[in-house]
Design a protein around this ligand. Structure first.
Ligand SMILES: [Zn+2]
Length: 573
């Protein structure tokens, strides 16, 4: 490794030193994003990201490897594997020769093992410099071997994708690589191992339609084109002009197909964080998603006005809707040591009403799902006032299944007036989404703790509360219907909501007495920070106790818990 490469890899070494070492080097390139002319040395220093517009330029697989792995840790696998022109496809032999000459690589992927932030993993880095990263039998074979070795060695896999798709010059054999790699990904996953994908510009065709989309966690660089069919093909097929940003990373995130967009400068640290979390280890302090509790956000920092003790059940309902109360996300931010939010249901969209991801607290790593109603007006609108769409519940299910795979406990915070009632929600199966959540949670082989931290509105709340322990804040309510809805339906008079609230017995005290919830966390008169602290302490105590149970014990216990509900309230006549 040359000195200059080292300086890029370690993000050190000021530019002046580089220039002094290579005085003759003064290459200028035009940024395809902002069209400005930039000194290549400046780009090198900035990890090939345009310092003017932030455009993430393409980098070779080998350079990417140096940017990502700990210096000196990489051991390459199968570097010598090279394609043959087994179909005698016109011009292929020449193309291969030219690509080898240009890239100094035998084919379009670099594979091996190494460490990121001290965490050992198997790695592959696709290479756009070699026939646009097209996937033929060498790419398929090398990536398959990487997964097979990782399975054998018990290592996670981190893979960077960039590809124009399957390599036409190897015919249907190229197509088969998609199935071959996918089968190896599946075996690796069934061994309980983590696969992290990083989508880079451009990832298309058969690579998108196979291992690029198969990661447990899918990261993307900003602005990367990620597509099955490329924009030109779509325009030719549909005769429509495509909207700005179509098929870019941000579009993917919005549509639920990637977890997180990460800038290149933060990529290695974020990968290290995710690798630690999936080992069940809390990342080192100062990692990208560690939370600092010293500087509360201005709009949230103040001690809340001491609310008057509620006098009636309806007072409590009104309290749950107050804008002064801590939202679920605020409780998480104050209560956890760190939290990395993951996005998307992998089906349709990312629902901002449901916040989900991996958090850590006191050395324990947990999957967190929370219904968030938002703090400011703008945020409330963006989060649909905490009324989830089906994609919110499907995102929760996806991350709960991952929690089970990686043996993480699950914490759910519930605060919703109910699942969203709308045309799109019905079209996409709101009922099905809630139903499948109930089934998923009832059999999940990892501990689940749910806390109703505000409104617990009907099925939309229960969809995150089929848990081993269900707690409520003292000022929360949990109900089959809103008091207004009840009064309107039964008595045709919404003014009798007060009466309905009392009759429904929806306060924490009532529900503890009825055996519906396992405990009440008193929060009257406390600051948001104090509530978050008390809540997390209760959650940690519950998880301490539940962590000693086997998967079978947990599932059986959860069955018995919900099986008992109502059975003791009936008689036969
Ligand atoms: Zn630029």
């Amino acid at each position: 490794m040359s000195k200059r490469e080292k300086s890029v890899n370690s993000l050190e070494g000021p530019l002046t030193e580089v220039s002094a070492e290579f005085p003759e080097r003064h290459i200028l390139v035009k940024c395809p994003g902002c069209r400005r002319v930039i000194d290549q040395a400046k780009l090198d220093e900035n990890l090939e990201v345009c310092p003017r517009c932030g455009r993430h330029l393409r980098v070779s697989g080998r350079k990417r490897m140096r940017m990502t792995v700990d210096a000196g840790s990489f051991q390459e696998w199968d570097r010598e594997l090279a394609a043959t022109d087994f179909l005698e496809f016109p011009g292929y032999a020449e193309k291969l020769e030219a690509a080898r000459e240009k890239s100094h690589e035998a084919d379009a992927v670099v594979c091996g093992r190494g460490a990121i932030g001290g965490h050992e993993c198997a790695l592959f880095f696709m290479n756009a410099d070699f026939m646009m990263g097209s996937m033929g039998s060498v790419v398929g074979e090398k990536i398959t071997r990487t997964f097979e070795r990782a399975t054998e060695l018990g290592l996670p896999v981190v893979g960077f994708t960039v590809s124009g798709g399957a390599r036409m010059q190897e015919g249907t054999t190229s197509l088969m690589q998609m199935a071959k790699v996918s089968a190896a990904v599946r075996r690796h996953s069934e061994a309980g191992l983590l696969y992290l994908t990083v989508l880079t510009d451009p990832t298309t065709g058969g690579v998108t339609a196979s291992f690029a989309m198969e990661g447990d966690v899918i990261l993307a660089e900003p602005g990367a084109l990620v597509a099955f069919a490329g924009p030109r093909v779509i325009e030719q097929t549909t005769h429509k002009r495509l909207p700005n940003g179509f098929q870019r990373s941000e579009f993917l995130l919005e549509h639920g197909f990637c977890d997180l967009i990460v800038e290149r400068k933060d990529m290695a640290a974020t990968l290290a964080e995710l690798l630690a979390l999936h080992k069940g280890v809390a990342p080192a302090p100062g990692s990208p998603h560690a939370l600092s509790h010293e500087e509360p956000r201005g709009r949230r920092g103040a001690r809340p006005k001491r609310a008057p003790e509620p006098e009636s059940a309806y007072d409590i309902v009104k309290l749950t809707r107050s804008t002064d109360r801590a939202t679920a996300l605020e409780l998480l931010e104050r209560g956890l040591d760190g939290f990395i939010e993951l996005h998307g249901d992998r089906l349709f969209a990312d629902d901002a009403a449901v916040v989900a991801g991996i958090g850590w607290k006191g050395g324990r790593v947990l999957t967190v799902v929370a219904i968030e109603r938002g703090n400011t007006t703008k945020e409330r609108v963006r989060r649909n006032f905490g009324m989830a769409h089906p994609e919110g519940y499907r995102k929760a299910q996806r991350l709960m299944r991952q929690a089970e795979k990686f043996r993480r406990p699950v914490l759910c915070l519930v605060d919703t007036s109910g699942a969203y009632c709308g045309i799109g929600a019905e079209e996409r199966g709101q009922g099905e989404a809630i139903a499948s959540s109930l089934v998923e949670m009832s059999g999940l082989e990892t501990p689940i703790v749910s806390v109703v931290v505000g409104e617990g509105g009907s099925g939309g709340a229960l969809a995150l509360a089929v848990a081993d322990r269900v707690y409520m804040l003292g000022s929360a309510a949990y109900s089959v219907v809103s008091p207004e809805g009840c009064a309107s339906i039964l008595w045709k008079d919404t003014k009798r909501a007060d009466e309905a609230a009392a009759a429904l017995r929806i306060t924490a005290a009532d529900l503890a007495e009825l055996g519906i919830v396992d405990g009440v966390i008193s929060d009257f008169g406390l600051t948001h920070a104090e509530i978050a602290h008390d809540l997390m302490r209760e959650v940690e105590l519950a998880l301490d106790e539940l962590s000693g149970r086997s998967a079978d014990e947990l599932v059986a216990g959860r069955y018995d818990k919900f099986r008992a509900m109502g059975g003791n309230r009936i008689c036969s006549r």
